[in-house]
Design a protein around this ligand. Structure first.
Ligand code: AIR
Length: 420
């Protein structure tokens, strides 16, 4: 199950689907996505390569997905005319961003298949609802408390400190999060987050962070990508390795897949769902959060698997057969954040493009801001050792290895090259 392949979800009726009862939407139809960021852009690429027309709803005239779709509806997510037009145009609709209101999906669902459902998305959009869903499925998560008022700040249990204060809604890529050491810090962080409803989570000693991307269709058939081994720097994903490194036991990975599958089934989920887990020192798993869409940690699947998370998103929403993705090349994915840009000037990519197995993905974002995801680089190789060495080389060539916090990724300078 683990190692080089993904698989059929345990307990699911996965693998090649036969006798599917949900309607199949054939190529030629238009598929819609609400949200026009990089995840929407990679969905559009996958849908187009499979012969679908595409429509994107996003207010930003320069949204990465809007720029490449057949049609870009430039309007607010809840604009009734825009939703009407999307519903009229599209045979099925999906989403790509937690900021897309679930109500927009609910409106469209009156008319067209929407995957994932508004109900599933709304659970994933609210950290408290998400933790309640974990609890209902018997999935452990970090000790936590709701913090909505100054009184909650005073009353929070000492045992939750030091902790991390996270806004209950709308946080992504490290946004809406503050590390807090003590109660005074908690009060400051709550004020800094605009006194919005928050969740205080106890800071746990992590041995590793992993994630599982599952895909499930309307017939209840599920598959998953191989488990991702992730390293975050400053709350933003920096590096994903697949296969996971040796300190993440096969049994731990198998358990993560089983838990992610249980959650997808409990939500009666249709589409692509990513569940992030903390691995504690004793190998036990604690669920961190769920994303109701493809995930940054699954981007490697475009270049390293025979079925990508974006193609899975298309297949799940169109009722096409699902098969278990197979990792054909060990890989390391490096995120390319706006910090690498010098003002409006991008790095000179030529140096990194000389590396065999380097797959560069740039999202076409106009403005490079620190911490903003501008692209990613996946290095595929014949062995995990080679992928690791070449990724370290790529990080050095890009100047990534010299950035603050990069040492935490564990990517060592390649043998034979001067220490970074
Ligand atoms: N995204 C969604 N949740 C987490 C992330 N990273 C993607 C989506 C969204 C885009 O990031 O594709 O549309 C927003 O990126 P930005 O840089 O414009 O904030």
């Amino acid at each position: 199950m683990t190692g080089l392949v993904g698989g059929e979800a345990p307990g699911g009726r996965g693998g090649a689907a036969t006798g599917a009862s949900a309607p199949y939407i054939a190529p030629g139809a238009t598929l819609g996505v609400i949200g026009g960021g990089q995840l929407g852009r990679m969905f559009v690429h996958a849908a187009q390569s499979m012969g679908y027309r595409t429509a994107v709803l996003d207010p930003d005239p320069l949204s990465p997905a809007g720029l490449v779709a057949h049609e870009h509806i430039r309007a607010a997510y809840l604009d009734p005319l825009a939703l009407d037009r999307l519903g009229e145009r599209c045979a099925a609709i999906t989403t790509e961003f937690e900021n897309v209101p679930a109500a927009a999906l609910a409106t469209l669902a009156q008319r067209r298949p929407v995957a994932p459902s508004a109900a599933a998305v709304s659970v994933c959009q609210d950290r408290l609802a998400e933790k309640a869903a974990f609890a209902r499925s018997g999935v452990a998560c970090a000790p936590h408390a709701a913090i909505s008022t100054p009184r909650d700040v005073e009353r929070a249990a000492d045992a939750l400190l030091p902790g991390i204060l996270k806004t209950a809604r709308l946080g992504y890529d490290g946004k809406g999060q503050r590390s807090v050491a003590d109660r005074a810090g908690l009060a400051q962080a709550f004020a800094a987050l605009g006194s919005a409803p928050c969740v205080l989570e106890k800071r746990l000693p992590l041995a590793a962070e992993i994630s599982v991307v599952v895909a499930r269709n309307a017939n209840g058939e599920g598959v998953h990508l191989p488990v991702q081994d992730n390293v975050h720097v400053d709350g933003i994903l920096a590096v994903t390795r697949v296969p996971a490194r040796a300190h993440i036991a096969d049994a731990t990975q198998a358990e993560a897949v089983a838990l992610a599958t249980t959650l997808a089934e409990a939500l009666d989920y249709v589409g692509v769902l990513c569940v992030e887990f903390f691995v504690l020192a004793d190998g036990s798993l604690v669920a961190n959060e769920m994303a109701p869409r493809p995930h940054n940690s699954g981007h490697y699947s475009i270049d390293a698997c025979d079925l990508s998370q974006f193609e899975l998103q298309v297949r799940a929403m169109t009722g096409a057969p699902l098969f278990a993705p197979r990792l054909h090349s060990p890989c390391v994915m490096l995120n390319l954040l706006g910090d690498l840009w010098n003002g409006a000037t991008a790095p000179d990519w030529r140096d990194v493009l000389t590396l065999p197995g380097a797959h560069l993905h740039l999202y076409g974002k106009e403005e490079a801001r620190p911490g903003r995801k501008m692209g990613h680089l996946t290095i595929t190789a014949a062995s995990a050792v080679d992928a690791e060495a070449r990724a370290a080389d790529a990080a050095r060539r890009l100047g990534l290895a010299a950035t603050a916090g990069f040492a935490a990724t564990g990517l060592a300078p390649p043998i034979g090259l001067a220490a970074i």
